[in-house]
Design a protein around this ligand. Structure first.
Ligand SMILES: [Zn+2]
Ligand SMILES: [Zn+2]
Length: 302
């Protein structure tokens, strides 16, 4: 199987614009939508459905302060957590609201899935249960007003925590650790060769049952600060291995990376072309995280 998940956050991961990417996105905010729609068009061209894990605030097209306080009913992860929220609307601050993009994702001719990425990009590994519950409840409430059911979750910064809260709110699957990541839990001696091999051939993965919810690790992040041109080669190696081992190749992207790096779209196009070819030869199936969970829940096996 081939699965693609996207962490869709616009400025919420960089919301105070105090890092390079946040400053870049803000400076180029007029072309952010154009670039994200170009990415969606490539996915449509190859008929590849994907799971878009959306930051809940992006379901909105505006928000207001109440007695001078943004989102007063939301418990704070940190004291000034909402200090960057402009509390205006999509026209004045297009990187804090994304209802138009969410609608475009849903309206796509391919059957995309809307997943969830917390309401305000809180690190679930560090927040307490009260904050985690509020982050989940707020997104589910807004999504249900839009007629959507969310059942797939991606943790902000991929930091896993409060999994029990996801189970209680009937999420069925979340994205687990990146198997081609930095292997920080390994010793330095093990880390270097592992890093090399998992980058050359990103590892296929399998879903793991976590007593009430599925964890699906990822095979690779489709981005590299210094080796963009190697991405299709690496992804093709991983896909070939997944076919051979009858496993899943799970890629994740940050759509905002396609704004900051225009050359990335061509590399992604080459990879999707390969995926579509293998699918048309009936060698792989392309599904979303939600569809995978659905079929695992029916069959009980990967
Ligand atoms: Zn707000
Ligand atoms: Zn994120």
């Amino acid at each position: 199987m081939f699965i693609l998940s996207a962490d869709f956050e616009l400025l919420w991961a960089h919301r105070c614009q105090d890092d390079k990417k946040g400053r870049f996105l803000t400076a180029h905010q007029n072309r952010v939508r154009e670039d994200i729609y170009a990415l969606l068009s490539v996915l449509e061209q190859y008929e590849i459905p994907s799971t878009w894990a959306v930051v809940g605030h992006l379901f909105l097209d505006h928000c207001d302060k109440h007695d001078g306080v943004p989102h007063p009913h939301m418990p704070r992860f940190e004291e000034r957590w909402y200090s960057c929220d402009p509390c205006t609307d999509i026209r004045r601050h297009p990187l804090f609201y994304g209802r138009d993009i969410v609608q475009r994702i849903i309206a796509s001719p391919v059957e995309n899935e809307l997943g969830y990425h917390s309401f305000s990009h809180v690190r679930f590994s560090e927040c307490d249960r009260v904050v985690a519950q509020a982050e989940i409840n707020e997104g589910l409430k807004i999504a249900s007003e839009c007629g959507l059911t969310l059942k797939s979750f991606v943790f902000p910064q991929n930091r896993i925590g409060n999994v029990q809260v996801l189970k209680e709110h009937h999420f069925e699957i979340y994205r687990g650790p990146n198997r081609a990541g930095k292997h920080i839990n390994k010793t330095i001696l093990r880390r270097a060769p592992l890093y090399f091999f998992t980058h050359l051939i990103p590892p296929p993965v399998e879903a793991i049952w976590r007593e009430g919810i599925w964890e699906l690790p990822s095979s690779m992040k489709f981005y590299s600060a210094s080796f963009l041109s190697a991405l299709p080669f690496r992804a093709k190696n991983g896909i070939a291995k997944a076919i051979k081992e009858n496993k899943i190749f799970h890629v994740f992207i940050h759509p905002e990376d396609f704004v900051a790096n225009p050359a990335l779209l061509d590399k992604f196009d080459q990879t999707l072309q390969f995926v579509a070819k293998k699918r048309d030869q009936s060698q792989i199936e392309v599904v979303t995280m939600g569809r995978l969970a659905e079929s695992l829940n029916q069959t009980g096996q990967c």
